[in-house]
Design a protein around this ligand. Structure first.
Ligand SMILES: NC(=O)c1ccc[n+]([C@@H]2O[C@H](COP(=O)([O-])OP(=O)(O)OC[C@H]3O[C@@H](n4cnc5c(N)ncnc54)[C@H](O)[C@@H]3O)[C@@H](O)[C@H]2O)c1
Length: 255
């Protein structure tokens, strides 16, 4: 799958899944704008990976996301792929959640995807082509104990994706999401380290028996970005080792 001549923005490219997606799209020939609030992280990525340019952006700011996309079009002449990857959880029970935590999680997780999807549509629709990819989570599909605000925000990302795809189904612009399972990134490792038994104990509870790798999410993103996915629109694709397919009440038979 090649993306030669295409221009892609990856928001939240400074770490984890976003960094892997930026690298994979660049390896496929795209010019990638790696956007992140962490300037040093994206500058380090750009210095390391050919075809990656660094851009500082706070995706919780509507105007900043508009400027990010306008800047990409001015500099590179077009925008073909927009990856809205920023999201963050605050772990804790819903009854204890503060307004500040709720607003923070919503801004980082749902508003960022809203701003990025809307701004990308505005430049892609007149050209009649483009691929918008939102990074969701299994937490958006069901009850997420300890992650209620995050789960609610990711459920919002799922519906934003579906609604944007349906509204523009005849436009040539596709809007899809990827729902990762537990992926080995700094964010989840820090959280798992705080649990009883730490990272190994948490990893042992995962249905596939291991974390996913950021590269496994990047492979799905490359597919959605490419023309190979030309009839894939309005999909929320789990890349989670079956984690979200499980009916919890039924135990796994031993083989
Ligand atoms: N890691 C997992 O297990 C997992 C599972 C399901 C879904 N996800 C989702 O995947 C996405 C990426 O997760 P990750 O684990 O790679 O995270 P990460 O923490 O490794 O990376 C997130 C990046 O976003 C950047 N960022 C934070 N706030 C920002 C802002 N306001 N503006 C711009 N950039 C900002 C950070 O600097 C960082 O580089 C998130 O949406 C997350 O919810 C992750």
């Amino acid at each position: 799958m090649r993306l030669d001549g295409r221009v892609a923005i990856v928001a939240g490219a400074g770490s984890g899944i976003g960094a892997a997606i930026a690298q994979r799209l660049a390896a496929a020939g795209a010019q990638v704008i790696a956007a992140d609030i962490d300037r040093k992280a994206v500058e380090a990525l750009a210095a390391k990976v050919a075809g990656v340019a660094a851009q500082t952006c706070d995706v919780t700011e509507s105007a900043a996301v508009e400027a990010l996309i306008d800047g990409a079009v001015q500099r590179f002449g077009r925008l073909d792929v927009m990856v809205n990857n920023v999201g963050s959880a605050d772990a804790g029970w819903l009854k204890d959640a503060t307004d500040e935590s709720y607003q923070r999680v919503l801004a980082l997780t749902l508003s960022s995807a809203f701003y990025g999807t809307r701004a990308a549509l505005r430049v892609m629709l007149p050209r009649g082509s483009g691929s918008i990819i939102n990074i969701s989570s299994g937490a958006g599909f069901g009850g997420a104990p300890g992650l209620a605000t995050y789960g609610a925000a990711k459920a919002g990302v799922n519906n934003l994706t579906l609604s944007a795809a349906v509204e523009n189904a005849r436009s040539g612009v596709r809007v899809n999401a990827i729902s990762p399972g537990a992926i080995r990134t700094p964010a989840i490792l820090a959280w798992a380290a705080s649990l009883p038994g730490g990272v190994p104990a948490y990893e042992a509870t995962l249905l596939p028996g291991r974390f996913g790798r950021p590269e496994e999410i990047a492979a799905a993103a490359l597919f959605l970005a490419s023309d190979e996915a030309s009839f894939v629109n309005g999909a929320v694709i789990p890349v989670d080792g079956a984690a979200c397919s499980r009916v919890a009440a039924i135990d796994i038979p031993k083989h």
